[in-house]
Design a protein around this ligand. Structure first.
Ligand code: SF4
Length: 157
């Protein structure tokens, strides 16, 4: 199984969720939010392709992380590889999983194709970046419409 990434795994982040985290920057996003902080990740054919198996080896070698953060780009455009990696770090490394998405929680809950990844996520930061609602004081979010949602098994169909 392969995945398209914008950059290599980045460990030891303290700004992409709670605790020390490794970030997976997925490549590709269709939303094109005006003012997006990371437009280089939009092109669905940009970045580079790598194997999930190789990423699993790399993740296993990273120490002292609390979790994995899926960001991008739009992780929900690559449900299968992202879900595989999320499941791997939870089961094998005992990490938690955060995910930053431009979709809302309601959009993800109502479409079956997103559920395999949604079920692996502990904390979802949802919604598009809206320039008119930009607020630099927000923790882990760019605009006021975005929410930090702690998921439980009951919140996902
Ligand atoms: S969803 Fe995120 S990556 Fe996609 S355009 Fe909006 S801010 Fe940028």
């Amino acid at each position: 199984m392969t995945i398209r990434l914008a950059s290599p795994l980045a460990s030891d982040s303290i700004v992409d969720g709670e605790g020390l985290r490794t970030v997976l920057w997925t490549q590709g996003c269709n939303l094109r939010c005006p003012g997006c902080h990371n437009p280089a990740t939009h092109d669905l054919r940009g970045g580079f392709e790598t194997s999930v198996a190789l990423l699993q080896i790399q993740l296993s070698q990273i120490r002292l992380q609390r979790g994995l953060t899926l960001s991008g780009g739009e992780p929900f455009l690559q449900v299968a590889p992202c879900a595989t990696l999320a499941s791997f770090v939870k089961k094998k490394l005992n990490w938690d999983v955060w995910c930053f998405t431009g979709f809302t929680m309601e959009q993800l809950q109502s479409d079956e194709k997103y559920l395999p990844l949604l079920r692996e996520i502990d904390v979802l930061v949802d919604g598009p970046f809206i320039l008119a609602q930009r607020d630099l004081r927000l923790r882990f979010r760019g605009s006021r419409n975005q929410r930090i949602i702690r998921l439980s098994k009951t919140s996902i169909p």
